[in-house]
Design a protein around this ligand. Structure first.
Ligand SMILES: C[S@@+](CC[C@H](N)C(=O)[O-])C[C@H]1O[C@@H](n2cnc3c(N)ncnc32)[C@H](O)[C@@H]1O
Length: 128
């Protein structure tokens, strides 16, 4: 099997780490600082209300192929591909979030369930 090389386009900055994760991420505001070489690609992003952020779960290095969703033993066991667990083979997360603002290379979003320091792989227009 061929491997695929992917380089992050930026990094998430917020005040959430593994020790202080909220139960609910809806109100968490994060900044995505896009590396300057990709800034051109943000042209007219600000006209959208929602964007899709694809990111790397960089703080995990193992895979659970079968698990209780949300780590709750009351949830019947599922295969990893039937969950949104970060502990998956390719460690990719994907969340649609509210776009708050775009200033230069800094995108402010609300509702991104990614920890501080998370590498961002891609951003897409999320308006329907
Ligand atoms: C259940 S995943 C869902 C992510 C996304 N909404 C999705 O569906 O792909 C969200 C959880 O991943 C964990 N997480 C977020 N960023 C991470 C990172 N950089 N490394 C490891 N775990 C992370 C946090 O525990 C967070 O609550």
């Amino acid at each position: 099997m061929k491997s695929i090389k992917i380089k992050p386009i930026g990094i998430v900055h917020n005040n959430v780490d593994l020790d202080n994760k909220p139960d609910n991420w809806f109100d968490v505001v994060s900044e995505i600082r896009v590396y300057s070489k990709y800034k051109k690609g943000l042209y007219r992003l600000s006209k959208f209300k929602r964007i899709i952020v694809i990111f790397h779960f960089h703080k995990t290095n193992y895979t659970h192929y079968r698990l209780h969703p949300r780590g709750n033993p009351e949830n019947p066991i599922r295969g990893v591909f039937a969950t949104r667990s970060p502990h998956r083979p390719n460690k990719l997360g994907m969340t649609e979030v509210e776009l708050v603002s775009v200033r230069g290379n800094i995108i402010k979003v609300r509702g991104l369930d990614a920890l501080d320091g998370t590498p961002v792989i891609d951003i897409k227009n999320g308006d329907k």
